[in-house]
Design a protein. Structure first.
Length: 338
């Protein structure tokens, strides 16, 4: 681990957890590239480690990316616009950050001969119906196109894809906690809506796994259970001492799905099962499709598969979700306020 790392978006929920993990594992230097100096100062004070360096900039600005990436060995690209409704109202902002910004990171890393780049994606990139998911799907294609077009590059670019991270910034669990503590009804979108459940540490484990095992263009997914939004709301209320909470249904927000998928059926047909993870290798065929028509040797996969979704994975009940919630330090802290 005696290496130098860059975490883009390193002051976010995932990024700051990744920063701490890298420092604890013996990194010689960890750099954070982000655009919010207040959050950088908060993280600097919280971590208090002189191996941590901060670069103020934006992945949209290729010059600031080049400055941050110069001299590092590995990049974890977490910077993104992630809020579905915001991206629906401002889709070009999602494109500029999630697509163009990701291209800047990959190209700058390649020019600096960085050893590896792991790009973080989302379940919303599978069969996307909203601008955030569409921009993340294009981010994945940017990473894979680099690997496909430069097979002998010194830089290995891979992608990780995961679902909802429990108690991350902008997630629904902190909203439920605040509503319970304030004695308000719990507001949910659709009782039947399902979402994957994953902890921050599990999301970091996924990125670590990709870092250790990736071939150029690989896509990695961590298997995860799921539950309905109603079950999640009731579980949060129950761990905070309310077994029969009042629930108010608001309806789906802009761009929301009934369920999310971590692997499409076409991807699942090509995926390798690695225990806790799926690995989907890059389809490295060229544009010369006539070669396969003349000689064979094209893709031979069974497309008669179901996607790996929050409707088809292991479904948790209230008690099982409570067990997961009680592992979160934020939930344990909230219990002390009740």
């Amino acid at each position: 681990m005696n290496a130098r790392y860059l975490v883009t978006g390193g002051t976010g929920s995932f990024g700051s957890t990744m920063v701490r993990r890298l420092l604890a594992d013996g990194a010689s230097e960890v750099r954070v590239l982000s655009r919010d100096e207040a959050k950088q100062d908060d993280l600097r004070r919280a971590v208090g480690d002189d191996r941590l360096r901060f670069f103020l900039g934006d992945v949209r600005d290729v010059a600031s990316v080049r400055e941050a990436v110069d001299g590092v060995d590995h990049v974890f690209h977490a910077a993104a616009l992630k809020q579905v409704p915001s991206c629906e109202f401002f889709p070009m902002q999602a494109v500029r950050t999630n697509v163009e910004g990701s291209s800047n990171v990959v190209e700058a890393a390649s020019a600096a001969e960085v050893s590896s780049v792991v790009c973080l994606s989302t379940d919303k990139a599978v069969y996307p119906i909203n601008a955030m998911g569409m921009s993340k799907a294009l981010m994945e294609r940017v990473a894979q196109a680099y690997a496909r077009s430069r097979p002998h590059s010194a830089t290995t670019v891979s992608v990780t894809r995961y679902g909802n991270v429990m108690f991350s910034r902008g997630s629904v669990i902190p909203v439920f906690v605040a509503q319970v503590l304030d004695g308000e009804p719990l507001t949910i979108t659709d009782p039947k809506m399902t979402r994957f459940l994953m902890s921050l540490d599990e999301s970091v484990d996924l990125v670590d796994y990709a870092f250790d095992h990736a071939e150029p263009g690989d896509l990695f997914v961590r298997k995860a259970p799921a539950c309905t939004i109603e079950v999640l709301a009731r579980a949060v209320a129950s761990v905070l001492g309310q077994d029969d909470p009042q629930i108010k249904v608001l309806g789906a927000r802009h761009g929301e799905k009934l369920y999310e998928s971590l692997l499409g059926r076409e991807e699942r047909a090509r995926a390798e099962d690695a225990g806790h993870y799926f690995r989907v290798p890059l389809d490295a065929r060229s544009l010369e499709y006539e070669l396969f028509a003349d000689t064979g040797g094209g893709s031979d996969v069974d497309l008669d598969q179901e996607d790996y979704s929050s409707h088809t994975t292991t479904r948790l009940d209230v008690e099982a979700v409570k067990d997961l919630l009680l592992r979160l330090p934020e939930i344990r802290a909230a219990r002390e306020e009740v």
